[in-house]
Design a protein around this ligand. Structure first.
Ligand SMILES: Nc1ncnc2c1ncn2[C@@H]1O[C@H](COP(=O)(O)OP(=O)(O)OP(=O)(O)O)[C@@H](O)[C@H]1O
Ligand SMILES: [Mg+2]
Length: 246
């Protein structure tokens, strides 16, 4: 199958991922346009994070191909995909310990985006500001609480100057006010024409931004399309053991 359908900024075809005998991704096809905001939901263990890891280059797929901006990136390491503009956040934040929040974001701007020193400095400050983190910029990353570590993940990803941003559960545990701020930040990214793939269990936050929703279950995409239609899909409701996504 062609991994780069016309008009898609990112496309993945026939993706399988196994960890030993465990099949985690089972023949996933996915394609999206540059201007899309796509939400991904699915029960725990469905393979959502693994899909993001395969798309971003953290793991090679066991089979299948991935294209970004018209080129085959299947064999490219994550750092090179990042330079091309394909950037992810981690479900479990992974800041560099021993560095301040600012230094973490500066490294992303200089190494992730390849910016020179002055530009990286400005980009790092702008990203921290956008994520409401200027007040903790000089705190060491490991001393930050979970909420700020998640914000730092987002600030780092932004400083790498993404064209397409892959977000993995950045909204969990937020108060209503904090969730509102996060939605505003993501809307600002949309205004800047950054494409978004956002995995989130808290669907009412996701639906404020996503124009298209994908549901995964047991390593497969079981529904893909209009968010309301996906939420009402009996297979999606069934995947959540009758409860439906929240
Ligand atoms: N590095 C790994 N080695 C072995 N098994 C793994 C690895 N990463 C993930 N898995 C397994 O793959 C399956 C899918 O995990 P994944 O983290 O992709 O799910 P998820 O949909 O993101 O779940 P959650 O909503 O809980 O974050 C799980 O059974 C998990 O235990
Ligand atoms: Mg996950």
């Amino acid at each position: 199958m062609n991994a780069s359908p016309n008009g898609a900024i990112l496309s993945a075809a026939g993706i399988h991922k196994r960890f030993g005998a465990l099949v985690v991704l089972d023949d996933v096809d996915f394609a999206m346009g540059a201007d899309e905001a796509v939400g991904i939901v699915g029960p725990n263990g469905a393979g959502k994070t693994t899909l993001l890891s395969v798309l971003s280059g953290a793991y090679p797929p066991s089979a299948g191909t991935i294209a970004f901006k018209g080129g085959d990136v299947t064999a490219l390491p994550a750092t090179q995909r990042c330079r091309l503009g394909l950037v992810r956040t981690h479900q479990v934040p992974k800041p560099f310990g021993g560095m301040t929040a600012f230094e973490n974001v500066f490294v992303a701007a200089s190494h992730g985006a390849g910016l020179g020193r002055d530009e990286a400095y400005e980009e790092a400050l702008a990203s921290l500001k956008l994520c409401g983190m200027l007040g903790v910029a000089n705190r060491r990353a490991e001393t930050l609480g979970l909420l700020d570590r998640k914000r730092l993940e987002l600030a780092r990803a932004l400083a790498a100057k993404p064209t397409l941003l892959l977000l993995d559960e950045i909204g969990g545990g937020l108060t209503d006010g904090e969730a509102g701020e996060l939605v505003e930040t993501i809307r600002e990214l949309r205004r800047r024409q950054i494409g978004i793939v956002w995995i989130e269990h808290i669907v009412h936050i996701l639906l404020q931004v996503a124009e298209r929703l994908i549901c995964m279950d047991a390593g497969r995409i079981i529904a893909d399309g209009d968010p309301q239609a996906v939420m009402a899909d009996p297979q999606v409701i069934g995947a959540y053991l009758g409860g439906g996504p929240k």
